[in-house]
Design a binder for this molecule. Sequence first.
Ligand SMILES: [Zn+2]
Length: 115
Amino acid sequence: MPDSSGSRRAGNAVQAIESCNSTWLFDAERMRFRRVPKGTSIDVPAPPEEWEPYFSLDLADDSGAFVVALNQAGTRLLRSYRHGVPCPHCDANATSELSLEAVKLGYDIDGTDDT
Ligand SMILES: [Zn+2]
């Protein structure tokens, strides 16, 4: 494992994207990200295990859609939408965003739920 506690905060390198129910944080310097429920304080440094590596982030400015590739082959993708005002996604995607509960409980972003 690389040194992830670090002697300095890489705050400037972290890009935050708000989706309807969560905040995505992308640490471009270390190519890792995490997703937290909206309202969670992101000023508190997260333990290393709460970050997940990613390969690329593709954010479409016009639509607000973004795709996170978790590997180079692009076979593991996460898709979401940036929350906007007005936001067409809050209503349409309310159900799917409920999966965030799983993130809160066990941070299992692949949805392999074997509790
Ligand atoms: Zn929204």
